[in-house]
Design a protein around this ligand. Structure first.
Ligand code: MGD
Ligand code: MGD
Ligand code: SF4
Ligand code: MO
Length: 730
């Protein structure tokens, strides 16, 4: 009898349930797997998008099978044993500790690690090695949302759930191309929107007329970076019309008066002018906010990836506070998480300023609680936050790093100002890179490559955007000598003398210890275990110990703050009062365009998997530059012509795609093509590393660029054969 496994899709934060079963009639001799949606998964109800459906096809392509090492970056790698690789790593760690101190050690992880991986890494770095220099690619992704939730509500944690998609009267989508990036959330919303025929409003705020915007009742095609002006403008109208919830404001919030002083400066005509929209559309948006029974806002990178990302997210939350739109079905601010387990990473303390159980590095009580749980002396955890992602690159540049450890992310493509990033990586005296695939771009910058077991080859849990936790069991053998990430971290811990701290035999034991650290916290998961998740299927948190016997209906569709008491000192949510600062790098006569970057439906980030799957590769075979027809006319350019796009930091060469769907003066390049997949098409060669002062998240969504048409004899070889790419496709 063929055994099927229930698991979670390892791509986006929607977190669809998958059912995987062996293909008994594979077209080749290779082991093959059939993947279909798990109808019993509460988040996705059997639906999947093209990425989830094709995931199994990449499992055996170009896997990194053995540890490899080299002394210098221009040497070839040589195969080594695990023992040799781990000995070298531990020697380097000890040397860094002795000669430079703990803060010379950095680890850069990822929202694609499982919770057990994340947790073990926190214990190793923050507890045993005494440095908070663990950061993750979530810094480039969700950190503005994290900062906004903490500042507005007193704790991280998206308050809403997917059932809200089908209970709202107005969905306000800002800075999110949900149709392409969170397709199954979008399917649920769109189905409901169609069914309700005009009774439910769908409003989209995006400088591009994305697939998401095309379905909207109202598309506010704002100028990039004008979100705060727009949101303050909506608030201005709400206040003027008295479409506010004065009782909620009085009883449950603080800071409203200061906010009123700010929003009075945002009259409709001014706002419409700054944002580049009509007064009528602005007023209609405010009317929807003011008169809809339940308003749900969804947001992602168009808000977070900004030099004022935290202020943007908090200003959005203000609208919910002002109208009392939170804590009940169909209402609330809902950040759509990017990666499959960025939520679990936040729970496990996987950013440089946090600790497991939604605790903060800066809080002495929190440090003491974690030290005690880890059996470490008081004072083991350093009192100051560690280096955030971009600061790690700067520390490398300044040669302050003795050992750089990168796991489950591809920074040589995905970090802003990537030429500077690559130069910084080249200065690293010792880089460990732990990935499932080879080649990837970042492997070029590593001294040690460690082969990671990936999804389906290790057991662990992931938490999706709506706080639903799913167990992802191993269902296939690990290729070569690949090991689970948490096993590698634990082995290094033991070799450094922390046998007791890393005595875990199984991922279930790691998880058991982790959930004990969530007791009494907003993200209480003490009622969860691998056994329970295996027996009962996915369960949403909060799930305290005493809720282990609940019925199915209590396991899903939970919301935070239904009692309207927030985890701040006095139980009130905080208004924030921000004026817009605008883009960190504004267009000027030399660099007259605003470049924005983002995603396409079929590709996942740096293509380590989707580039190796025929179907997804064929959906988007080449990178391109989107340009408005009026701008194209200025250069006498047509779709298919080649251009060079330059910023103050670098350049790319791409074919132009002329489209009405982008704002005049704005350009768009997808983020998916690193130097392995195309020549001179890395959009991060252009981007700006200026960060939000509060979340330290870089402004990946906007930089100033110029456009230069390329003569026919200067065309790059993007479409021609590329030896490494050809190898990577085999
Ligand atoms: N297909 C696919 N899906 C994915 C991923 C993937 O790689 N591929 N990655 C996952 C991850 S990790 C993430 S973080 C999410 C990201 O999901 P999204 O945030 O939805 O995706 P992006 O395309 O990065 O950006 C969203 C939109 O922000 C808009 N934008 C740019 N500047 C501004 C601005 O100033 N204001 C506003 N309001 N909007 C602006 C862009 O035009 C873009 O349409 O997707 C997840 N899902
Ligand atoms: N210009 C621009 N840049 C961006 C963005 C943007 O919108 N615009 N978005 C940013 C955002 S939101 C994100 S999330 C990042 C994403 O950027 P990255 O994290 O760099 O992208 P991925 O391609 O997802 O890299 C994940 C890596 O993990 C490996 N992997 C998969 N599973 C496992 C595992 O279990 N263990 C280990 N060890 N490795 C594994 C994969 O092979 C792959 O190499 O990009 C950021 N960069
Ligand atoms: S929507 Fe996201 S989680 Fe669901 S199948 Fe697609 S990529 Fe996977
Ligand atoms: Mo992300």
């Amino acid at each position: 009898m063929v055994q099927s496994s229930k698991t979670l899709c390892p791509y986006c934060g929607v977190g669809c349930g998958l059912e995987v079963l062996p293909d008994t009639k594979p077209s080749t001799d290779a082991e093959a797997w059939l993947v279909r949606g798990d109808r019993a998964h509460p988040s996705s109800q059997g639906m999947v998008c093209v990425k989830g459906a094709t995931i199994a096809e990449a499992l055996d392509k170009n896997r990194l099978l053995y540890p490899m090492m080299r002394d210098r970056l221009d040497d070839p790698f040589r195969r080594v044993s695990w023992d040799e690789a781990l000995t070298a790593i531990c020697d380097r760690l000890r040397t860094a500790l002795d000669t430079q101190g703990p803060d010379a050690i950095c680890m850069y992880g990822s929202g694609q690690l499982q919770t057990e991986d994340y947790y073990t890494a926190q214990k190793l770095l923050k507890g045993c090695l005494g440095t908070n220099n663990f950061d993750a690619n979530s810094r480039l992704c969700m950190s503005s949302a994290v900062a906004a939730y903490i500042q507005s509500f007193g704790s991280d944690g998206p308050p809403c759930c997917y059932a809200d998609l089908e209970e709202t009267d107005c969905a306000f989508l800002i800075g999110t191309n949900t149709a392409e990036c969170h397709p199954i959330v979008y399917n649920r919303l769109r189905k409901y929107h169609r069914k309700k025929k005009g009774k439910v409003k769908l409003i989209v705020v995006d400088p591009r007329r994305t697939q998401t915007a095309q379905d909207a009742d109202l598309h506010l095609q704002i100028r990039p970076g004008t979100d705060i002006t727009l949101l303050n403008g909506i608030a201005h109208i709400l206040l003027k019309k008295r479409w506010i919830d004065a009782v909620f404001i009085d009883d449950c919030t603080q800071g409203f008066r200061d906010y009123v002083n700010v929003i009075q400066h945002y009259p409709p005509e001014h706002v419409a002018e700054v944002c580049g929209i009509s007064v009528a559309d602005l007023e209609e948006t405010a009317r929807c906010w003011g008169l809809s029974k339940n308003v749900l806002s969804l947001w992602s990178m168009g808000i977070n990836q900004s030099s004022e990302g935290t202020a943007k997210a908090r200003t959005l939350i203000n609208l919910h506070l002002m109208t009392g739109q939170i804590g009940r079905a169909g209402a609330g601010p809902f950040s759509l998480t990017g990666q499959p387990n960025a939520m679990g990473g936040r729970e496990a303390g996987g950013l440089a300023h946090i600790l497991p159980g939604y605790r903060l590095v800066k809080n002495p009580d929190h440090r003491r609680e974690v030290e005690a749980a880890w059996g470490l002396p008081a004072g083991s955890i350093a009192p100051t936050p560690g280096l955030a992602a971009w600061d790690m690159m700067v520390a490398l540049e300044q040669q302050q790093v003795g050992l750089m450890w990168i796991a489950a992310t591809n920074p040589a493509v995905s970090v802003p100002d990537v030429e500077r990033t690559k130069a910084a990586l080249r200065r690293s005296p010792f880089t460990v890179y732990q990935d499932a695939y080879y080649p990837t771009e970042t492997a070029d910058f590593a001294h040690v490559l460690l082969p990671a077991a990936q999804w389906g080859e290790k057991t662990g849990v992931m938490t999706n955007s709506e706080r639903t936790v799913t167990l992802c069991p191993a269902f296939r053998d690990r290729p070569g000598e690949a090991r689970a990430d948490w096993e590698i971290f634990a082995e290094v811990g033991r070799r450094l003398g922390f046998e007791q701290q890393f005595a875990f035999q199984t991922a279930a034991a790691v998880y058991r210890e982790f959930v004990s650290l969530t007791a009494g916290r907003v993200c209480d998961m003490t009622g969860l275990s691998h056994d329970r998740l295996a027996a009962e299927g996915p369960i949403q948190w909060p799930c305290p110990q005493h809720e282990t016997d609940t019925t199915a209906s209590d396991k899903h569709d939970k919301r935070l703050y239904e009692n309207l008491i927030f985890p701040t000192a006095n139980g009130r949510a905080n208004f924030a009062s921000f004026h817009e600062k605008g883009l960190a790098e504004r267009p000027d006569p030399s660099y007259p365009f605003v470049l924005t970057t983002g995603r396409l439906y079929g590709h996942w980030h740096t293509q380590t998997r989707t580039g190796r799957i025929e179907k997804t590769r064929n959906l988007h075979p080449e990178p391109f530059l989107e340009m408005h027809p009026i701008d194209a006319q200025h250069f006498a350019m047509q779709t298919g012509d080649w251009v060079e796009v330059r910023s103050r930091r670098g350049f790319v060469r791409l074919r132009v795609k002329v489209t009405q769907y982008i704002r005049k003066g704005v350009l768009f390049v997808p983020m998916h093509w690193g130097f392995l997949w195309a020549d001179q098409a890395e959009c991060n060669a252009l981007t700006n590393a200026e960060c939000c002062p509060s979340s330290l998240q870089p402004e990946l969504k906007a930089c100033a660029v110029q456009v230069i048409p390329l003569p026919a004899d200067a065309l790059p070889a993007t479409t021609t054969e590329h030896p490494r790419r050809t190898a990577a496709l085999r």
